[in-house]
Design a protein around this ligand. Structure first.
Ligand SMILES: Nc1ncnc2c1ncn2[C@@H]1O[C@H](COP(=O)(O)OP(=O)(O)OP(=O)(O)O)[C@@H](O)[C@H]1O
Ligand SMILES: [Mg+2]
Length: 300
């Protein structure tokens, strides 16, 4: 690994990770004793007059594993953009716990408070090993030189090893991230988020492009993370959603169309209509079938 490659990797990475406040302090200011960990109320986002989110109200409980589905353009990614401070709504309230108004904070501040986000494309440091990627994600020191040359303490090594075990990459510790499979890179990136011990994990289409085996591994991983973390997963792959689903929210035209168990969703007439509207020639009109076709339409 050349130093120039490492440095370039560090500056190229497109999400922020070199910030962290002690977990105890963060948990202290987050009050979820009487309510959800994420609270979006009547949120509207307009792009040139088009409402990507239209009075969206959505609540996520602490430790919950929530799946969000919905047709293309429903506003799923925009919703994550609002939670993470990337996009400001025209109106509405967005709270983290009861006290923290996320609309008053910028992206790094929101991430520092324990809301971690994974984009679809993995952005690991290709020239670094799996271990080094996790080590880099742990560092709070913004000094690049310190980050590159500081040695992890015994405790830090234990944490990294635990995360490598959790994400299924313990046997790849010394492997350069650039040669990992697409699925392994996705898990590594989830591991990098875990190094910051987030309270909320937002995952946008985490299994897109994965093999069936990788999808199953990801399902187990996300189920194991729920409880300790609140996990919000946006996915089009309905077989995957079904395999992990607890409460499912269907977004359509910027608002919640339906919410409930996967069975509730599939039997909801409004959901059936929305998905059928996209599949006018569908010979089999059961929602299960239409939702399955949506997965196929996306190449899986
Ligand atoms: N920056 C932007 N400028 C203009 N329009 C935008 C912008 N971002 C999103 N949109 C529009 O807002 C709508 C919602 O987009 P969004 O990306 O949130 O949908 P999505 O539910 O994530 O869809 P997909 O399943 O295809 O990822 C779409 O019509 C999209 O074209
Ligand atoms: Mg999207």
């Amino acid at each position: 690994m050349k130093l120039i490659d490492s440095t370039r990797d560090l500056f190229r990475r497109d999400h922020v990770f070199d910030f962290m406040i002690p977990g105890a302090a963060r948990d202290h200011i987050l009050d979820t004793t009487h309510g959800p960990i994420l609270y979006l109320d009547n949120v509207t986002v307009s792009f040139d007059g088009f409402k990507a989110l239209n009075d969206l109200s959505l609540y996520v409980d602490q430790g919950e594993l929530r799946c969000i589905i919905g047709p293309n353009g429903a506003g799923k990614t925009t919703m994550m953009d609002v939670i993470t401070g990337k996009t400001r709504p025209d109106k509405g309230d967005v709270y983290y716990g009861q006290q923290i108004n996320l609309l008053r904070l910028d992206e790094p501040e929101i991430a520092r408070l324990g809301i971690g986000r994974k984009f679809q494309k993995p952005t690991v440091f290709e020239h670094h090993s799996v271990f080094e990627n996790l080590e880099l994600a742990m560092h709070t020191n913004k000094d690049v030189w310190h980050t590159l040359f500081a040695r992890p303490t015994g405790e830090q090594r234990d944490t990294i090893e635990q995360v490598m075990t959790d994400i299924g990459l313990i046997d790849y510790s010394g492997q350069r991230a650039g040669v990992l499979s697409h699925g392994q890179k996705q898990w590594l990136e989830i591991g990098m988020l875990l190094m910051q011990d987030p309270l909320v994990l937002l995952l946008d289409e985490p299994v897109a492009g994965m093999t069936q085996q990788e999808i199953e591994h990801t399902a187990n991983l996300l189920v194991s993370l729920a409880g300790k973390h609140s996990v919000v997963v946006v996915e089009h792959d309905m077989a995957f959603v079904r395999s992990i689903a607890r409460r499912v929210t269907v977004l359509h035209e910027g608002r919640v169309l339906a919410e409930g168990s996967m069975d509730d969703i599939q039997n909801n007439p409004n959901v059936i209509e929305v998905y059928l509207g996209e599949q006018p020639d569908a010979p089999d009109h059961s929602t299960e079938s239409v939702l399955r076709r949506e997965s196929y339409a996306l190449g899986r």
